[in-house]
Ligand binder design. Structure first.
Ligand SMILES: [Zn+2]
Length: 243
């Protein structure tokens, strides 16, 4: 249930798409509601929270002193904030128009952005091999890109051939990082957000990214495996300013 006329267009700016490095903002409550389980949510006018989607996990953060997690609200398309756990103190008393301070867990944001950007880089390297993207997961500790190889070409059922391919991926990644390719986003003619790594890669994407590949550190291809006809390229990455 949304405490606003459902037909009324609720305005929300997706600041997380404009600036990965924006860690906090003063804004106002633009909508409130309850989910089916009865939990209360709030939506804010200027949203810095990335909800889970596109293989990237959700941010964590705070609204005032209340720890929150963002979720994409299906009925309205808004990114709404739920209190984590039972500590919703401060959230229940707020209503539309109230001014609030929101901030994200900046370290977690940078880790997610680094893993996600590295995923684009790994995908770009794999496309050079002629492989087609079939799926991606940018979660910490399980990051991987899944691809379909062409029916002809290198015999990737052979472990030695897969290791040679992994070395070619590593060389591509090292060269792109040495060039410090810029990571940019623009919109195509149909309004879809397109993310680019220099001129070597372009893909539709709604995630958060680092500013250029120099912001990444230790992008490592840990394994190239073949499972049920799909290649699974596992990788790790960190952010330059995190240890
Ligand atoms: Zn992306």
């Amino acid at each position: 249930m949304v405490h606003l006329n459902e037909r009324q267009k609720i305005s929300q700016d997706a600041l997380y798409l404009e600036d990965t490095y924006l860690g906090d903002v003063h804004t106002s409550v633009t909508a409130t509601g309850h989910d089916e389980a009865g939990g209360r949510w709030l939506a804010v006018r200027h949203n810095i929270f990335h909800p889970q989607g596109g293989g990237q996990p959700a941010d964590r953060g705070w609204l005032g002193e209340c720890e929150v997690v963002p979720v994409r609200h299906a009925a309205t398309g808004l990114v709404v904030l739920h209190a984590t756990g039972s500590h919703s103190a401060g959230l229940d008393d707020l209503s539309e128009g109230d001014l609030v301070h929101t901030r994200i867990d900046a370290g977690l944001r940078l880790l997610h952005a680094a893993l996600h950007t590295a995923g684009h880089l790994v995908e770009a390297a794999c496309r050079v091999e002629g492989w087609t993207l079939a799926g991606s997961n940018h979660f910490p500790g399980q990051a991987r890109i899944e691809l379909t190889p062409p029916e002809t070409g290198a015999q990737l059922t052979d472990a030695e051939e897969r290791e040679k391919a992994a070395d070619r991926l590593r060389a591509f990644i090292a060269a792109a990082m040495a060039d410090d390719l810029p990571v940019t986003a623009d919109h195509d003619d149909e309004g879809h957000r397109v993310v680019r790594l220099g001129d070597v890669h372009a893909a539709p994407c709604g995630g958060t990214h680092v500013r250029s590949l120099a912001d990444l550190r230790q992008v490592t291809i840990s394994a190239v495996k073949l499972k049920k006809g799909r290649l699974r390229v596992s990788y790790t990455a960190g952010h330059r300013t995190l240890r």
